[in-house]
Design a protein around this ligand. Structure first.
Ligand code: ATP
Ligand code: MG
Ligand code: MG
Ligand code: MG
Length: 473
């Protein structure tokens, strides 16, 4: 079937509507009343209050296509076929209503029935938690071949205290031509590092409460929470090599070609990464600013700033002249208007925010890049493998040049950054800032914030679990 991304999204929602689910809107990327999360990073992140019982939903069956941001995947963008900073997570949810039997049967029906996705069962592989005999049994019952069910120890969803449980992930076999590993590579299986097998869907059987004492207590009412990456599914339908050669990303890629100095997507692997990063980040910043976040030096704002800067730097690699990123905002709006009409409606405002940030950064960048290129040349000429830490720090401290960019640029040239040296300079900087604060002068804390950002929205799946005593059914 040749379907557009809008048709695929709608098909998912319609399918679960036909199974009694209420279609929920895609909630704001900015979490509401949830200080533990920087960004909404999954469908279930918007449903915490239903899952913990503090709010009772009108209908315990819900489905959504939830915009999500994962800062922990920033470095993956363009380097893998499947990762984005902003992506949509299709999901179906049961709050103490249906459980494993229905969730598995419906997943199989959606994926393989000719009325719906109509995918070839031969191409699908399911991973299950080794102790989850019930899931294994159910996949067999619905018609999955035994050799397409794979046990994986890390198939347990656990984010610390709260609901947790085994999960089943679904992989699509894109065929031998996608194989990037040797036949005897131990990672050569669905769930391993092989790009041949694309993880499309995670079905979580949330059936335990992870107690404060570390034990797992069966939940009286079991839940279902699933997440399917829309962009990945679209890549399968549209026979794309990566998520980027789909109707979700190509409009921004083509627009970027016209701002470059004559570069074309698909001609050079390194330049393609830049095209992908720009298309990805254009989407993320457009949606994030559309949801009310603004560039700044901390938290969410810093993520936006960082994404804009990365996109601008990649624009430079493609030879763009002056501000261009803001021109992609209406292109994103157009590509997404079927489901997110508000983005196109707000695109003038969003573009203005992007443009002013872009202009500001371009000034710094021109100076910084010249210095960095000279540094890289010197480092290589001296036969060294790493850029001097103090020099990298100077670039950052004096020119506001983000160290991630130094790292990336160096990486592209086959060298690294002396991280210890950089960190030592940074520590001295912090000490100076502390001293300055102690002497009642509050200057200098800004740079602490700039580097202090980790990604709190990172999902942590534990692999070491003590569920032996808890029966999985
Ligand atoms: P991966 O192993 O590919 O990084 P994941 O196991 O981290 O994916 P989950 O947390 O299980 O992902 O999220 C559910 C689904 O959301 C995934 O099966 C995938 O389809 C999609 N997804 C997750 N992260 C991303 C991302 N950064 N970009 C696009 N889609 C994603
Ligand atoms: Mg991941
Ligand atoms: Mg995974
Ligand atoms: Mg997963």
């Amino acid at each position: 079937k040749e379907l557009s991304s809008s048709q695929i999204r709608q098909m998912y929602l319609d399918f679960f509507k036909s199974k009694g689910h209420t279609i929920m809107p895609s909630a704001s990327l900015v979490p509401v009343d949830d200080p533990t999360l920087l960004w909404i990073n999954s469908g279930v992140a918007t449903m915490k209050n239903y899952f913990n019982g503090s709010v009772v939903p009108k209908n315990p069956r819900m489905t959504s296509s939830q915009k999500s941001i994962r800062t922990n995947d920033i470095e993956n963008v363009g380097r893998t076929a499947r990762h984005h900073t902003l992506f949509e997570m299709l999901g179906n949810f049961s709050v103490g209503d249906y459980f494993k039997d229905e969730a598995i049967a419906w997943a199989w029906e959606l994926l393989t029935s000719d009325d719906w996705f109509g995918w070839d069962p031969e191409k699908l592989y399911m991973t299950v938690y080794p102790k989850d005999d019930a899931a294994k049994k159910r996949w067999l019952e619905v018609g999955v071949a035994p050799d397409h069910i794979i046990e994986a120890e890390d198939n347990f969803w656990d984010i610390g205290e709260g609901p947790s449980g085994p999960d089943s992930e679904i992989f699509y076999d894109r065929g031998q031509s996608f194989n990037n590993l040797a036949d005897d590579d131990p990672e050569n299986y669905p769930g391993g590092e092989n790009e041949r097998y694309l993880e499309v869907w995670n079905i979580v059987f949330s059936q335990f409460n992870h107690e404060p004492d570390g034990s797992y207590k069966p939940l009286p009412r079991k839940n279902i929470d699933t997440g399917m990456g829309l962009e990945r599914v679209v890549s399968v339908f549209q026979h794309a090599k990566t998520n980027f050669e789909t109707d979700l990303f190509l409009p921004m890629i083509h627009a970027t070609e016209t701002y470059s100095d004559g570069k074309k997507y698909g001609e050079d692997a390194k330049e393609d990464v830049s095209f992908k990063v720009i298309a990805d980040h254009a989407r993320a910043i457009t949606f994030a600013i559309g949801d009310g976040a603004l560039p700044s030096n901390e938290g969410r704002g810093y993520v936006i700033r960082r994404l804009i800067r990365r996109a601008v730097v990649n624009g430079q690699k493609l030879g763009v002249d002056g501000a261009f990123l803001y021109k992609l905002v209406p292109v994103v709006g157009e590509a997404m208007k079927a489901f997110y009409p508000e983005v196109l409606e707000n695109s003038d405002y969003i573009a203005k925010v992007v443009k002013s940030e872009e202009d500001r950064f371009n000034e710094t960048l021109t100076d910084g890049l010249n210095l960095l290129n000279a540094l890289i040349a010197e480092t290589k000429k001296a036969g060294q493998k790493e850029i001097d830490g103090a020099e990298a720090f100077k670039l950052y401290d004096t020119y506001g040049f983000p160290v991630e960019l130094t790292r990336e640029y160096a990486f592209d040239e086959g060298i690294g950054v002396d991280e210890d040296g950089f960190e030592a300079e940074m520590q001295q900087q912090r000490d100076r800032a502390r001293k300055a604060r102690n002497s009642d002068n509050s200057m200098g804390v800004q740079t602490d914030l700039l580097i202090g950002i980790k990604s709190p929205s990172e999902y942590v799946g534990y692999t070491q679990l003590a569920v032996d005593d808890a029966k999985i059914s």
